[in-house]
Ligand binder design. Structure first.
Ligand code: MLT
Length: 337
């Protein structure tokens, strides 16, 4: 859907809000699209959200999860939620950025350096501003956040421990300009591809590698088609639960409150899940034969190339260098000029 068609669809959806606002909310079973498979952080967030929603509404409202991209690519689910043909979706923030570029602040390489950083940015005023921007730009509202850990590089060819080792690898990335530019800064031209197509592209060796967090690699069974892992830690993966703004506005004030509170409870659960599960899953992947490398001494080169080349390219799309500086200040880090 192009920008004009999307805008028309959003205005149409907003117009119906006014008509529907006065009606009482009927019991609903929301449909939630989920990009990843069972056992990942998206699945955990979805299950926790449903449990909290049922508890808060006395089971008046519930929801069903459609895992593994059954309801379309993550990008499609943003479009479908914007037009109100889908209720909710859980997807990676990098796949929201093309629709609402200011959320790119959360995807710039080496900005978020820990789970605590991710929590500070998403749960404070910066997160609130990004939620409002996403309603404005994309017609969807972020109501919860899954925290999935650092994206690590996996590939089927060889250990990668330095920027030079990347040369010649065909790496799939999401259709996200920040991530594309990051790999370019490291000297290779990555292959942008929808998440829903990634497993088969790895299996058929159309691409050699990809990056995603350990828990996602495990949930998607990538260990069956990938052998080498590199802890590049360039992006801490955050995966929001979004609701169609027209569906949200159609709910009574009490139901909106329950939805928002259920989203907050699910967010807390997600952080706890990551803290307890990530190392267990990493050990399991090693036991299944994945070989993990740490760039250690070479990490400074990854960081310096990415931050110098990529950050300035995206100041405009995130709303100005001051938006990055606001994030860096919240994290207690040095700001940029
Ligand atoms: C992607 O690589 O497109 C996403 O991070 C996948 C996901 O939603 O886990």
């Amino acid at each position: 859907m192009n920008a004009i068609t999307r805008l028309k669809a959003i205005s149409c959806a907003v117009a119906t809000i006014a008509i529907m606002a006065a009606s009482p909310t009927l019991a609903k079973t929301f449909k939630i699209a989920v990009g990843d498979g069972a056992g990942g952080t998206q699945h955990e967030l979805g299950k926790a959200f449903i449990a909290a929603l049922e508890a808060k509404t006395g089971k008046k409202h519930t929801a069903t999860l459609f895992l593994n991209g059954q309801l379309g690519s993550e990008e499609d689910t943003v479009n479908n939620a914007a037009t109100g043909t889908l209720d909710m979706s859980i997807l990676a923030i990098n796949n929201v950025t093309p629709f609402s570029p200011t959320v790119g602040t959360l995807t710039l390489p080496y900005v978020i350096l820990s789970l605590e950083d991710a929590e500070k940015l998403t749960q404070g005023p910066i997160g609130q501003e990004l939620i409002e921007n996403t309603v404005r730009d994309a017609g969807v509202r972020i109501i919860g956040w899954a925290y999935s850990g650092f994206r690590v590089l996996t590939n089927s060819k060889r250990p990668v421990e330095s920027v030079a080792d990347l040369k010649g690898l065909v790496v799939r990335v999401p259709k996200n300009q920040i991530m594309i530019e990051t790999y370019k800064a490291w000297g290779i031209n990555p292959t942008p591809m929808a998440w829903s197509e990634t497993f088969s592209a790895l299996q058929q060796r159309v691409v050699d590698g990809q990056d995603n967090p350990y828990i996602t690699v495990h949930a998607m069974k990538f260990d069956e088609v990938q052998r080498y892992v590199t802890n590049i830690r360039y992006i801490f993966s955050i995966e929001p639960l979004i609701i169609s703004e027209s569906v949200f506005q159609d709910l009574s004030a009490q139901d909106q409150k329950s939805i928002l509170e259920a989203g907050q409870e699910a967010t807390k659960h997600s952080a706890k899940f990551l803290r307890t599960k990530e190392s267990e899953i990493k050990a399991e992947l090693t036991a299944r034969g994945m070989k993990i490398s740490d760039p250690a001494g070479n990490e400074a080169e990854f960081i310096s190339l990415a931050t110098k080349a990529v950050w300035p390219k995206f100041y405009e799309s995130i709303g100005g260098a001051e938006k990055l500086n606001a994030a860096l200040k919240v994290l207690g880090r040095n700001t940029v000029q």
